[in-house]
Design a protein around this ligand. Structure first.
Ligand code: MN
Length: 192
């Protein structure tokens, strides 16, 4: 929630992410890109009529520049918070949900990577739950977030080039495949 109408910059939750995401990428991605979105959001909020609203509500109700910056703050918060160098594994009950909706955990991962790799331009690939609890994978462009479609976002991989280019150059698929090593599943499952 904003304090005095201002959203705070989230702390970087880790010093580095090993060989998967370099300290240099993390420093630019968190310290420069996310910081710019937070600063812009806080500049655009006063007088918008959405001052004091929770971030997800700002994303749901805004458009244009305010939507782009609020969306990117929400997206990056979910992205950074789900990773750990000491990532914990998936519970059997969550694996069962993935099996129910995608056939197997491996089939889910394959489809998630494929949808991330084939998203044209900048955006995000998401695992979300719909209003019936069914798990779905969506491609969202630019700053979009599944909350605008009434979905509950659980897991996301950022496929903007700033997320991987220093480490993987044009090899987006390699970046996506490597990210599973960092997913801290109890964080993802806690969003359900
Ligand atoms: Mn990003």
């Amino acid at each position: 929630m904003p304090v005095n109408g201002q959203f705070a910059m989230m702390e970087s939750p880790y010093g580095d992410l090993g060989n998967v995401i370099s300290a240099q990428t993390l420093s630019y991605h968190h310290g420069k890109h996310l910081k710019a979105y937070v600063d812009n959001l806080n500049k655009l909020l006063p007088g918008s009529g959405l001052d004091g609203f929770a971030l997800q509500e700002v994303v749901r109700r805004s458009e244009g520049g305010l939507f782009n910056n609020a969306g990117q703050v929400l997206n990056h918060t979910l992205y950074f918070e789900q990773f750990s160098l000491k990532a914990r594994s998936m519970s059997a009950s969550f694996a069962a949900l993935l099996e129910r909706d995608f056939g197997s955990v491996e089939a889910f991962k394959k489809e998630f990577e494929q949808k991330g790799a084939t998203l044209f331009g900048s955006g995000w690939v998401w695992l979300s739950a719909d209003c019936d609890g069914k798990l779905v994978i969506t491609q969202q462009r630019n700053a979009e977030n599944p909350v605008t479609a009434g979905l509950t976002p659980l897991l996301t991989f950022d496929v903007w080039e700033h997320a991987y280019y220093l480490d993987y150059q044009n090899r987006r698929a390699d970046y996506l495949a490597a990210l599973w090593q960092l997913v801290d599943w109890p964080v993802v499952e806690g969003r359900l």
